[in-house]
Design a protein around this ligand. Structure first.
Ligand SMILES: [Fe+2]
Length: 257
């Protein structure tokens, strides 16, 4: 299992404050069956200016600690990039993609999606990047109208749900939006977005809930199949569910390709 969104790289954003905290969390993740972790410190121009050199030196340090302590987890270098007009320049100069692939984890303003969001995303896609929108279920616009997320997927944007959203960590309205996106097949990845704020690790509980309410395959798709394709820089299907007329009301007939 691969967790594609974490703030566990020590001392570079509002996530893990130090190496000890990072190692403690990674040990816990390994026990939970995680064998790959994508490290995605924030890249925000005016707040967290994590350049390639900064991220790379901390990444190397963490990697050597994991080796020293025999913790059996692979780590991958990346960032969570705050979308703004200069984004392509920053992604190129600071190599902010996920582990040398064309995939890039992006976020934007939680209280209101910017009016030029589609333009920025279009430029990214046109330049050959494969944007993954972090936690769509947390954006006010999508909470108010979860069906609007489909428009983003039609524009070749992948969606990454936060595990905590499905189990109520961000409140009822986020939880409702998250389950909507999952049930409608508008979700490509499930990740923790762990900031090392507590010892709790949200992924196993959310996976268990998906297993109960949907099925095992969805868990595998979102935490193994798609993350592996992403790391191999293979294209992932944007749509993997189809509704059929004779399906029971409110349910989608699941067709995995
Ligand atoms: Fe994040």
């Amino acid at each position: 299992m691969i967790d594609i969104h974490t703030h566990i790289l020590p001392a570079c954003d509002d996530g893990s404050p130090d190496m000890e905290t990072s190692l403690k969390k990674i040990r816990k993740m390994a026990e939970a069956g995680i064998d790959g972790i994508v490290l995605t410190p924030h890249f925000m121009r005016n707040q967290y200016h994590n350049t390639f050199n900064v991220i790379t030196s901390k990444f190397k340090e963490l990697k050597s600690q994991l080796k020293k302590e025999n913790i059996p987890v692979n780590i991958y270098q990346a960032a969570e990039v705050y979308l703004d007009g200069n984004i392509i320049k920053d992604i190129e100069s600071e190599k902010l993609v996920i582990a040398d692939t064309n995939y890039v984890l992006v976020e934007t303003n939680l209280t209101g999606l910017p009016s030029n969001l589609f333009d920025i995303l279009y430029e990214l896609v046109k330049s050959g990047y494969r944007p993954i929108l972090a936690h769509p279920e947390r954006y006010a616009n999508i909470i108010n109208d979860p069906s609007s997320a489909e428009d983003l997927v039609h524009r070749d944007i992948y969606m990454q749900l936060n595990a905590g959203s499905l189990i109520g960590h961000y409140g009822r309205s986020v939880k409702k939006a998250a389950w909507y996106l999952l049930e409608k097949g508008l979700t490509h990845f499930l990740a923790s977005d762990d900031h090392c704020k507590s010892e709790n690790y949200s992924l196993p509980a959310a996976m268990e809930e998906i297993r109960k309410q949907i099925d095992d395959y969805t868990v595998k798709l979102l935490t193994e199949v798609n993350p592996e394709k992403m790391l191999n820089n293979e294209k992932i299907d944007f749509f993997y569910l189809e509704s059929t007329e004779d399906a029971p009301k409110g349910l989608l007939n699941r067709i995995f390709r």
